[in-house]
Design a binder for this molecule. Structure first.
Ligand code: IPM
Ligand code: SF4
Length: 473
């Protein structure tokens, strides 16, 4: 081809090209950042670094903050009991005040998990580069944005310069054709994909999810998918914007003023026909069943109709060993049907699955039932807005009447950085995104599932196939 002007480009390339400030062969490029999200855990040293260097935040109006990781989800009227958590939340408050950064603080009607409030407020938009000192920043890629997680020193770099150093990544198209079957959700889709390509399958790549099964997903479902890109090792994950995206954003507080002009720009973002990806894998939505993880990484997952695998049947010697170690930690025997695994705890929450559609799906299952007497179950809305909306719809009543604990917004038991955690040996069905050893509390055992599957597990006290659920209207 004589001119590269006409060369077809992927959506990733278009956004990258639009944001490169400086690049040299075999070196990191400097890319311009449109939006930085900040939370209390990875920002204190970054602000301290600015203070020591006598620098300001370069573009405070492109930076928003909220406390989410270590905030308690009950008794919010009391001071935070844990001294480290209290200090981090206070420090975030002071830093935002000093550096002029907008803070959605505890008590604000928009406080919540950072990856839930960005989209909800309309900050997250197609074509943007978005960063946060948090690995689940890929969530925002659901809008056709290029969204990276990063470390604390990079948080400082972006605060100071509004740019980030990045190596040019490779691109990987995950195409899911057909449609998902009844009872199969976006969570099952992404767990299935990670099971297929493994927790390392996306390493070095920016993933783009394409195909008819992806196009049919709502914005909230797309966020669930992109959220877990990092669990496949990817730098980022993205989905091209379309009418679903534009409809979601229209009317949000921080959506562009001239919305229709923005839509015209956004329509040029999707990958051009014939654009080259470094790797392509194809799947069929109809092959996907409700999923349950049985191991200690999200790629150790099977369909609900399957049994705990025998390590001897799992890949090469290294994989066999790691499977055996996972089963040992999880206290599971090979050959046990997944539907016979009993649970003590259920957690419905996190940036993967605590948006309003997730809570509706769980409430639909729980309606008219009682949580098993052996199970302690909680529902933690992803944001204060989600909580408010759920209460307006009466979902909180359905949950409370069924015996679920109804909480305030935060990361909660997704990770054990706040009072919500598992005790050693406890087994939990969780709608979050990580099942690493000790993730939900030392010695705790995590099974990742969809909100509907988690609610059904809470009621029966063991996993069961949501496709056979008897809904009580
Ligand atoms: C605490 C934070 C740095 C961490 C992350 O980067 O993802 C957390 O959000 C997580 O999910 O493990
Ligand atoms: S909800 Fe979980 S995964 Fe998401 S940002 Fe919080 S701790 Fe990380």
């Amino acid at each position: 081809m004589s001119s590269n002007v006409a060369a077809p480009r992927t959506m990733f390339q278009k956004i990258w090209d639009e944001h490169v400030v400086h690049s040299e062969p075999n070196k990191q490029s400097i890319i311009y950042i449109d939006l930085q999200l900040v939370h209390e855990v990875t920002s204190p040293q970054a602000f301290e670094g600015l203070r020591l260097a006598g620098r300001k935040v370069r573009r405070p109006e492109r930076t928003i903050a909220t406390p989410d990781h270590n905030v308690p989800t009950s008794n919010r009227n009391l001071p935070i009991a844990d001294p480290i958590a209290r200090q981090q939340v206070d420090t975030l408050r002071n830093n935002c005040r000093e550096f002029g950064v907008k803070l959605y603080d505890l008590g604000d009607s928009h406080q919540g998990i950072v990856h839930i409030i960005g989209p909800e407020l309309g900050y997250t938009q197609p074509g943007m580069t978005i960063v946060c000192g948090d690995s689940h920043t890929a969530t925002h890629g659901a809008f056709g944005a290029l969204a990276f997680g990063m470390g604390t020193s990079e948080v400082e770099h972006v605060l100071a310069t509004q740019t980030l150093l990045q190596y040019y990544p490779k691109t990987y198209e995950l195409r899911v054709g057909g449609q998902l079957s009844e009872g199969v959700t976006a969570k099952d889709l992404i767990l299935y994909l990670i099971g297929q390509i493994s927790m390392h399958g996306g390493t070095g790549y920016v993933l783009e999810y394409t195909g008819s099964a992806i196009r049919s997903l709502s914005m909230e479902e797309r966020m669930t998918v992109c959220n877990m890109s990092i669990e496949a090792g990817a730098r980022a994950g993205m989905i091209a914007p379309d009418e679903t995206t534009f409809d979601y954003l229209r009317g949000r507080p921080h959506a562009p003023q001239d919305f229709e002009a923005a839509v015209q720009r956004w329509k040029s973002l999707p990958s051009d026909p014939g654009a080259h990806y470094d790797k392509v894998s194809k799947f069929d939505g109809a092959d996907i069943e409700p999923q349950v993880t049985w191991g200690t990484n999200p790629g150790q997952v099977s369909s609900i109709s399957a049994a705990v695998p025998n390590p001897a049947d799992c890949g090469d010697e290294t994989e066999q060993k790691s499977t055996a170690a996972s089963l040992e930690y999880m206290g599971l025997k090979a050959g046990t049907p997944l539907s016979e695994i009993d649970l003590n705890r259920v957690f419905i929450g996190s940036c993967t699955n605590a948006r309003i559609e997730d809570l509706r799906a769980a409430a639909k299952v729980a309606k008219g039932y009682r949580v098993s007497s052996k199970v302690n179950a909680m529902v933690v809305p992803g944001s204060s807005q989600v909580k408010l909306q759920a209460e307006q719809e009466g979902l909180d009543k359905i949950f409370s009447e069924a015996g679920f604990d109804w909480r305030e917004a935060g990361c909660s038991m997704c990770l054990a950085m706040n009072p919500d955690r598992l005790e050693p040996g406890e087994r939990c069905a969780s709608t979050s995104n990580r099942n690493f050893e000790g993730r939900q509390g030392k010695g705790g055992r995590t099974h990742l599932v969809s909100p509907a599957m988690a609610a059904a597990a809470a009621i029966k006290g063991h996993f069961n196939d949501i496709r056979q659920w008897d809904y009580k209207a």
